[in-house]
Write a new protein. Structure first.
Lengths: 402, 105
């Protein structure tokens, strides 16, 4: 086993780790409303979402290998790595990818600890951009694309992050308002049973779409690393084991459930009633599918949060907790730069030590960070038993930590 | 930067329009279906004075209700078709109004 092979294994393990955090970070996007309105029991909800993510990930037959091209210039347009990064068995590319993934995971874990729904794709792109800036300089980042289409860090990441939650909020607010108007005069018990099925159906669509979209990113990153080391040559397809491993990690992550984030989205932001849950998840599903149809990249998290907020705005007299919303927006704003700083720092550490030892050291730093945050989370655990407790009865993560 | 803003705004308003139609329209139709079913079922399904028997059942409401829900289910089926098609590298085309599956460009 050569040194590069060991680094490659570290990259794959870290990428799967990222996929796993991507899963539990985003369970809330699909299931927070169904759990909060008791349309589904918490354990059933995460199981359903996990299975649909698994199915969705396996549906990704045609995986784009050019996933990093939206933000950084480490690949050619056909998906192969840039030639100058391939000296020394691809170790330059591997270090950038590894450092970027560590940045993404570190930020995902921190926001999970704080119960904040931040975007996993921002964390990944931020980490990769940071590591690329450290490794290749500012010119290594694809800021604006070439001007012929929506592209680059600005076009694929920043602008959609501002626009997609706004659109989702408007759609969900309109949906909520209409549903309440239409069902005046119907007994509450009757509507709740109907809306229960509506919520389950729309939340399932969101889960399925999440599986196809998000698992693909990790599949692309792992295959890029394999091509860099010469262990895979085909740019038209990906190895089956990569697909299976990514599908399983995201599904397991989803099943584990990011209860802290589910609590914030389901109970903290808005007090959700079944009609609002239906409107929010339908709006999320519609906005996600329509956007991806039109090639408008977006983050599931931003859409889901915008929708839930909108469902609070569309119902007269609903409780919307603006301080929680404010903290979420703050977390969104710093996700990209914060993950970038970690990614860059990791690259510098790895590069300074160099070679295999450098890669091992940043991997160990990641493990230490993860262990610390897990340990910290045990001091105020949130799980399927207390996820639906009344908001504010205990010190709330999304509000209290300052 | 400027061209990206233009492209983004172009996409954004289309997403908003179609999103409103599908993302708010379908749940509203679903709610209409639920309301029709309640009208069809009569009695305790509808709000009425406590102690009275409530409005009488209207079978036509049940038919209309299921018709609304049927349209919503078609919308959901279209959504699933899109997800599956894009997984296989295909896309949905609305060129002929009726959705057809075509190769992704």
């Amino acid at each position: 086993m050569t040194e590069t092979t060991v680094v490659l294994v570290l990259v794959i393990v870290t990428a799967l780790g990222f996929d796993f955090t991507n899963g539990f970070h985003d369970t809330a996007n699909a299931m927070a409303t169904s759990i909060a309105t008791k349309a589904l029991r918490p354990k059933v909800a995460v199981l359903l979402s996990g299975i649909l993510n698994l199915v969705g990930a396996f549906l990704s037959v045609e995986v784009a290998l050019t996933v990093t091209n939206a933000v950084v210039k480490i690949q050619n347009s056909n998906g192969t790595p840039k030639a100058e990064l391939l000296e020394g068995g691809g170790s330059a590319l591997l270090l950038i990818v590894l450092a970027g993934l560590v940045g993404g995971i570190a930020w995902n874990l921190l926001t999970w600890l704080l119960g904040l729904p931040s975007s996993s794709s921002h964390a990944l792109f931020g980490g990769l951009a940071g590591a690329t800036i450290a490794g290749l300089g500012w010119a290594g980042v694809n800021w604006n694309g070439n001007g012929t289409k929506l592209d680059g860090l600005v076009g694929k990441v920043l602008l959609p992050a501002v626009m997609s939650p706004t659109i989702a909020a408007i759609v969900a607010a309109a949906g909520t308002w209409l549903i309440y108007k239409v069902t005046i005069g119907v007994a509450q018990r009757f509507t709740e049973n109907g809306f229960r099925w509506g919520q389950i159906g729309s939340a399932s669509l969101v889960s399925l779409a999440h599986g196809t979209n998000d698992a693909q990113k990790t599949m692309g990153v792992i295959t890029l690393a394999l091509i860099a080391t010469g262990d895979w040559a085909d740019t038209e397809s990906i190895p089956f084991w990569v697909k299976a491993a990514c599908a399983l990690s995201i599904a397991l992550g989803t099943y584990l459930g990011g209860w802290r984030i589910i609590r914030t989205l389901g109970k903290g932001l808005v007090e959700i009633a079944p009609p609002q849950g239906l409107a929010a998840e339908s709006a999320s599903a519609a906005v996600i599918l329509v956007s991806s149809h039109l090639g408008f990249a977006l983050s599931t998290t931003h859409v889901a949060t915008g929708s839930i907020l909108g469902s609070g705005l569309g119902r007269p007299g609903a409780i919307v907790r603006w301080p929680v919303a404010g903290r979420m927006v703050l977390a969104w704003l710093i996700t990209l730069p914060a993950a970038a700083v970690v990614g860059a720092t990791m690259w510098w550490i790895g590069h300074a030590i160099g070679g295999l030892a450098g890669a091992i050291v940043i991997f160990l730093i990641l493990l230490a960070l993860a262990a610390y945050m897990y340990w910290h989370s045990r001091r105020s655990p949130v799980d399927h038993n207390n996820v639906n407790d009344e908001w504010g009865t205990t010190p709330e993560l999304a509000e209290a930590v300052r | 930067m400027v061209h990206n803003l233009q492209f983004a705004l172009q996409s954004a308003w289309r997403v908003l329009l179609v999103g409103l139609l599908v993302g708010a329209g379908l749940p509203a139709l679903f709610a209409l279906g639920v309301r029709s079913l309640a009208w069809g079922a009569g009695g305790d399904a509808e709000a009425h004075e406590p102690g009275t028997a409530g409005p009488k059942a209207q079978p036509i409401g049940t038919v209309l209700g299921w018709a609304c829900i049927g349209v919503v289910l078609l919308g959901v089926a279209l959504g699933i078709t899109y997800i599956v098609a894009s997984g296989f590298g295909k896309a949905l085309s609305f060129e002929h109004i009726f959705p057809t599956i075509v190769d992704k460009q």
